[in-house]
Design a protein around this ligand. Sequence first.
Ligand code: GTP
Ligand code: MG
Length: 585
Amino acid sequence: MAARGVGLLARLPLCAQRRSRVQRPSCRLLCCPGTVAEDLQREEPLSGSAETGSEDKTSKKRFFEVQKERREQAQRTVLIHCPNKISEKKFLKYLSHHGPINNHFFYESFGLYAVVEFCQKESISSLQNGTRTPSMGMEAAIPFRSRFFNLKLKNPSNQTSEKSCVQSSDQLPPSSKKLFELLYYAESVDDQVNTLLKEFELTEENTRLRYLTCSLIEDIAAAYFPDCIVRPFGSSVNTFGKLGCDLDMFLDLDEIGKLGTHKSSGNFLMEFQVKNVPSERVATQKILSVIGECLDHFGPGCVGVQKILNARCPLVRFSHQPSGFQCDLTTNNRIALKSSELLYIYGALDSRVRALVFSIRCWARAHSLTSSIPGAWITNFSLTMMVIFFLQRRSPPILPTLDLLKTLADAEDKCIIEGNNCTFIRDLNRIKPSGNTETLELLLKEFFEYFGNFTFNKNSINIRQGREQNKPDSSPLHIQNPFETSLNISKNVSQSQLQKFVELARESAWILQREDQDRPSSSSNQPWGLAALLLPSIAKSKSPSKNKKEKLSSERIKNLLESIKSNRTENPTDTNGKRTISSQT
Ligand code: GTP
Ligand code: MG
């Protein structure tokens, strides 16, 4: 493999080489003893894989340990809308009257926001006690006491000369232009795949903001259900989330009333008087309905609340304006939480897993195989399952089957949810790493070849057994739900969408194959490797003649490269009228 771009990469401006990982003066880990920040600083993890540390060095944390620590961290954190011009030093001094600050960062989202983590929870009550409800003039304010504040300058005129000295952390994925630039100057396809992962994975700050948002929603839900927990699940926590992905939340009411069971002694058993409804589903609908109302009327920053109660899995969808997250709140969805834990384990077992999944997710988004709107297309969850399955099929396997993970489980791992056996080993450190040493380049090519030739009409994808099985029904794409094994997670996918996936997979395998024999030289200015896969397809069935297609495509490539060359400055929002690599899935 010819090494590319060495030297050229060194000449690129630093901002173009790596995005903001190193330049975050506004995010300080000051480390109060015994806090997550202290742990994080000791381990110096990367974000995204932050929770587990690197593959084979330190002991990897269990999913629930990470969730517990992050939740506790979020409970000591506040969100503050700040004036655009603010002195960071004065701001911190002002807040530290309420107690020592463990960590803080700023970000922009239609205004400047600060996320401030105190060392102690008590600091938050102190801050709330010194906070007033705004007087609204003609409008009336609902006096809701939350952890989302608005900071105002007492004498704005005195302070306008003050320069804003805060640097904000980026919550967005890179622009397509910047991504192509980074990929162009990478040294190898493996380097490209890892670069894409680093650019798209959730940052430490974005992860904090996700847990904080759940914690703020939990405060609102707690008005009705004081012991409830709002847990993030899905790609926000399974380590496969891209910057800009939605925030899936699970309103967990199971802790309610549990305390009482320990205290029951003697001859009596005390139970709460409750209202009964005909089914679990009706209970879920009623609970979500009232929480939806509450978010709509009293939830600071919660807008566009939609109650989608008749869906298979009832949910409340809303935008959390200050964080910019599109949120889906469900309840009674414990299996999805377990799926998140399973994916977290697979993502942590081998560094190639996440790298490959991110590339496949970006590839699918770039070719409109996935969409943020529900429909007959494949979902990111299904794509992840396909990558896991493919990695189970390698020789030797890169990932173990779910059945093997179940065999390794001990008594404490046992988990049955609604009659479904969801047991698997949860201690990552007890799973033997794979002896497979295949490169990411090879795996990427083989992935496309494998699924470009998969007998979808006959076979089902099954990560539990790690082998193909006869399809139990006629849906075009059948991916067995790992826990509810009679269900197909890709039931929604139409024949034409599957066909499109297969054609693009074949075309991508062909591009990588051709490059193996005849890789464009570094002086040819051609996008290559992963970058070539993310460009518009040259094999679209409805487009004109082959010559014309090739001409159109090469023109697009030429334009793109020219724009890269002519403008190497950072511009995260610029899409330059060209195709956009997924910013929102
Ligand atoms: P993004 O596209 O990045 O949001 O990926 P995601 O994994 O978060 O997917 P999504 O938001 O659609 O769903 C959230 C979680 O719900 C997934 O991670 C799964 O755990 C679960 N889930 C989604 N779709 C299905 C499905 O069809 N069947 C089952 N059993 N679980 C699903
Ligand atoms: Mg999601």
